[in-house]
Design a binder for this molecule. Structure first.
Ligand SMILES: Nc1ncnc2c1ncn2[C@@H]1O[C@H](COP(=O)(O)OP(=O)(O)O)[C@@H](O)[C@H]1O
Ligand SMILES: N[C@@H](CCC(=O)OP(=O)(O)O)C(=O)O
Length: 368
């Protein structure tokens, strides 16, 4: 019985489950997860797997005790990725496909659409997509940095109904249970606010990366796109039996009733601003009408260098973040018209060239 009524899910598996002793891969904990994937597919639920573990899987191939510089970690990822994929592959009698991504890929709308299409095509052909960050090619500027956030971006790209984050702990506690004996498990989170973030500490295991903070960030991204999100203990089979029975075995983050549209969600949570357009403190953005989102006379300053089509942050002079949006003007052109003393010239120019930001390419942000 598919009581959750899911058509497509993303399962994220943390490093501790794949390389529990930090010494190569082990299928010990993956068996239960693999069985869950098989049973989901048998029920007609499409599955996308986001698997960490390449660094942990490759670690034993490098000299023990040697300094783990970024270059060494990238090499570990390159070496461990094949073993990690091979370990998963052995557990299935259907084909799996490797997809390695960076944030540089996901924040580019064209590449994002291409990734989406590839995932859909693989699923149509009953092939299991296995996704990881392409650690070998990332730089600070290009990386997502953790697979929790990556899994939420993937869940959005895949239009998933649920995101299941399998960790080494039962779910989100009100404080880190490894350091507080009286920590209590939260079984349901309806709203992710600063109090929820304050509960989260970093990773305490030698293999994990982001701890609970990045899992909450991921949940925030996913629920705003209407995706049921769970943090569960991947070590125990009971977790997966409960999920299959439609029960919550860990922490359930409840999705928003009115989810953001895919494009707006991508703009807010995945794309990265290449510059900032500072507007007057009295400017209000209203996406309910078709009019221009901002006019040149409302611009106080243009910061950074961006090209036509790049994402920009629109904020007030007092620092309030109003929106992320696609700019139809380059930073040079925008500075040029914003600097015009002759307002008639500026507005005529804008009328001829078109809106600076169009209503369909903007995602409003909460006040920060
Ligand atoms: N409030 C909290 N609730 C649960 N775990 C927490 C909390 N704060 C910090 N943690 C730590 O987060 C760890 C899980 O994150 P991480 O080690 O990154 O795992 P993974 O490899 O599954 O991503 C837990 O083992 C725990 O040590
Ligand atoms: N991309 C990295 C994993 C990064 C990561 O987020 O790890 P984890 O916290 O174990 O999910 C790797 O494959 O080693």
């Amino acid at each position: 019985m598919n009581t959750f009524n899911w058509k497509r899910i993303v399962i994220k598996v943390g490093s501790a489950l794949i390389a529990p002793k930090n010494q190569g891969c082990s299928s010990h904990f993956l068996l239960g997860i693999a069985q869950f994937i098989v049973r989901c597919r048998a029920k007609g639920i499409e599955v996308v797997l986001v698997s960490s573990g390449s660094v942990a899987a490759g670690r034993n191939l490098f000299t023990a005790g040697s300094e783990e510089s970024i270059a060494v970690k990238k090499a570990m990822a390159a070496a461990g990725q094949t073993e990690m994929m091979a370990t998963w592959d052995r557990l299935f009698d259907f084909a799996s496909a490797q997809i390695l991504l960076t944030h540089g890929d996901l924040r580019d709308r064209e590449r994002f659409i291409s990734i989406r299409e590839t995932i859909f095509t693989l699923l149509e052909h009953n092939i299991l997509p296995v996704i990881n960050e392409n650690d070998t090619v990332t730089t600070d500027n290009l990386k997502v940095g953790d697979n929790d956030n990556l899994s939420a971006m993937v869940a959005t790209a895949a239009d998933a109904d649920a995101l299941i984050i399998c960790s080494d702990i039962d779910g989100l506690y009100d404080k880190n249970p490894h350091t507080h004996d009286n920590a209590k498990l939260l079984s349901r989170v309806d709203e992710i606010d600063s109090a929820i973030y304050q509960m989260a500490g970093g990773a305490t295991s030698a293999t994990g990366t982001g701890g609970m903070r990045t899992k909450i960030e991921a949940a925030e991204k996913a629920v705003s796109h209407g995706i049921d999100t769970f943090i569960v203990n991947g070590f125990t089979e009971l977790t997966f039996n409960m999920l299959l029975d439609g029960k919550n075995p860990g922490t359930h983050f409840v999705p928003h009733e009115n989810p953001m549209k895919e494009h707006e969600h991508w703009m807010k949570h995945t794309s990265k601003e290449q510059g900032v357009v500072v507007v007057g403190n009295d400017v209000k953005l209203d996406t309910s009408n078709d009019e221009e989102m901002i006019t040149s006379d409302e611009i106080v300053e243009v910061k950074g260098r961006f090209a036509v089509g790049d994402t920009v942050l629109v904020r007030k002079g007092d620092g309030t973040r109003l929106a992320k949006a696609k700019s139809n003007y380059s930073s040079c052109l925008l500075s040029f018209i914003a600097d015009q003393d002759d307002q008639n010239f500026a507005s005529e120019f804008q009328q001829k060239t078109g809106p600076i930001i169009s209503q369909q390419n903007i995602a409003l942000l909460e006040k920060s």
